[in-house]
Design a protein around this ligand. Sequence first.
Ligand code: 13P
Length: 252
Amino acid sequence: MTRNKLFAANWKMYKTPPQATEFVAAFLPMVADVTADDIALCAPAVCISAVAGAVKGSRIGVGAQNMHWEKEGAFTGEISAEMIAASGCQYVILGHSERRQYFGETDATVNRKLEVALEAGLTPIVCVGEVIEEREAGLTDDVLRRQCTSAFRGISAAKAAKLAIAYEPVWAIGTGKTATPQLAAQAHETIRHEASKAFGKGFAEKLRILYGGSVKPENAKALMSEAELDGALVGGASLDPKSFAAIVHYQA
Ligand code: 13P
């Protein structure tokens, strides 16, 4: 089964709306030749409208980096699935390790958010991955299984159709340490197996599992040549249009 790849930029807390617009103006012509794979720019919330306006008419998607699980309410500082969708998002990152580490995101909140994002018609990119202590203790598979089963709880295969997962080993994020392609592929197999248990074999075969963690133009080709890796979620190297375009063009 060949799956087309998804390359998603996670800009984290970088770029103002004018800087985001400037990025898109430079980036669009660089990736105009990309017709098979998908590209998404997951921008800070205040940049979403600017990015959505700037990519209009292209194949590039727009994403948010987080959302709340309630439709609306007294939740100061939060944004809902409906709000981000209405601002031009097709994608939303859920459960990023930085949200788990610094903002109290749990497997249970990821599950609630996933259900709501799917209901809103968004493509959620659910992040899973182990910290270094867990890898060294041989617990990687246990952690991935727990994060996946919790995230998928109570969600049907029909509802989950748009789901994508990102395997992001926490020790590889922003550290310059990349998982080897083989090590990433093993983790992806574990995740795909969990998806198969939750949603069925056919679903799991179609599920896109991205790799994230120090993906750069220099290592993208080796990573993407693993059949298990269906794209990348890119932090630091996605901030510069040239380097993100080079990752998208990993085959060149
Ligand atoms: P880096 O590419 O900067 O390591 O970040 C990865 C990441 O967290 C993407 O979500």
